[in-house]
Structure formats: structure tokens, C-alpha cells
Design a protein around this ligand. Structure first.
Ligand SMILES: Cc1cc2nc3c(=O)[nH]c(=O)nc-3n(C[C@H](O)[C@H](O)[C@H](O)COP(=O)(O)OP(=O)(O)OC[C@H]3O[C@@H](n4cnc5c(N)ncnc54)[C@H](O)[C@@H]3O)c2cc1C
Length: 132
């Protein structure tokens, strides 16, 4: 069950959104609508069910590497997906953003380009150093 604050409840009430106070026991899709059976015996008929599950990112590796994390445990990156530790790039849900596939793919493209350019720059510096 989501723990709603008094303010949340007031806002929901003002918007005409009902909040079920009991956990879900089971779903019934045998009729042309979805029927929710709550643990306290309440039965609700609805047109559509949209699950809002949320997600917890596994940042254990990031913590081991010592990269800076935001308050909500995501990796902080610059505009090129670079983390605070040189050579570490991050993309997708582990970065604070919209948790969506298209966003993760965009991050990956930006990170791959930055990685490529950073390696070329580093190779250039190595070649220059060797030549001198
Ligand atoms: C139920 C649900 C429905 C969703 N529906 C949609 C939708 O309709 N449209 C949409 O755009 N997005 C949707 N999303 C969000 C979408 O799935 C994510 O935004 C997307 O998968 C993020 O991709 P990612 O590569 O960052 O992370 P993930 O897809 O989570 O991949 C991360 C991978 O890294 C692995 N991993 C983690 N730690 C380590 C480690 N230390 N070593 C090795 N491997 C590790 C994990 O096991 C996982 O396989 C949904 C998410 C959920 C949970």
C-alpha cells in the first residue's frame, strides 16, 4: 500500500479521485470489465487498470567505483553521460531521468559517442607523448 500524506489525500479528494484503503486480493477479468476484489471484501468494477510499479536501480557497482550519486541513488552525469569518475559513463534508469526505453537508448547513443571521442582524444595524447 502507498503511504499517502494528508496533503496527498486532500489533493486527490479535490480532484475527485477515490483511494481504496484496502490492499488488492485478486483481479477478475471474466466479465467485460475488470473487477477488483480487495482484502476487506470491497468489490470495485473499473474500465482499465494501469499498474504503477516504480523501480529500484542497483547502484552497487557505481558505489564500488566511487562515482557521485544523487539523493535518490542515481548516478550523476554530465551532458555527455560521463560520471564523476573518469572513464565511467552511465545510461538508462540508473541515471536520474524518465525511466523509459527511448530515454535509455538516447543516453546510450550519447555515452557511446562521448566514449569514442574521449578515447580518440586520449589516443592522440598518447601518440603526441610518444613522439616527443
Ligand atoms: C513493469 C514495467 C513496465 C515498463 N513499461 C515500459 C514501457 O511500456 N515503455 C517504456 O519505455 N519503458 C517501460 N518501462 C521502463 C523500462 O523497462 C526501463 O526504462 C528500461 O528497461 C531501462 O533500461 P536500462 O538498460 O537502463 O535498465 P534495465 O533494462 O533494468 O537493464 C539493466 C540490466 O543490468 C543488470 N545489472 C544490474 N546491476 C548489474 C551488475 N552489477 N552487473 C551486471 N548486470 C547488472 C540488470 O540485471 C538488468 O538486466 C517499464 C518498466 C517496468 C518495470
Amino acid at each position: 500500500m502507498v503511504d499517502l500524506s494528508e496533503d496527498d489525500r486532500k489533493e486527490l479528494d479535490a480532484a475527485g479521485i477515490a483511494v481504496a484503503s484496502s490492499p488488492l486480493d485478486r483481479l477478475d477479468f471474466s466479465e467485460d470489465r475488470a473487477r477488483l476484489h480487495l482484502v476487506d471484501g470491497t468489490v470495485l468494477d473499473v474500465d482499465t487498470i494501469y499498474p504503477a510499479l516504480g523501480s529500484d536501480s542497483n547502484n552497487a557497482l557505481a558505489r564500488q567505483l566511487g562515482v557521485n550519486l544523487s539523493d535518490d541513488s542515481c548516478i550523476i552525469v554530465d551532458a555527455h553521460q560521463r560520471a564523476s569518475v573518469s572513464g565511467i559513463y552511465a545510461a538508462g534508469d540508473i541515471v536520474m531521468s524518465l525511466d523509459q526505453i527511448s530515454v535509455a537508448m538516447g543516453h546510450a547513443a550519447i555515452a557511446a559517442t562521448a566514449l569514442h571521442n574521449d578515447l580518440r582524444r586520449r589516443d592522440g595524447e598518447t601518440i603526441t607523448r610518444k613522439a616527443s
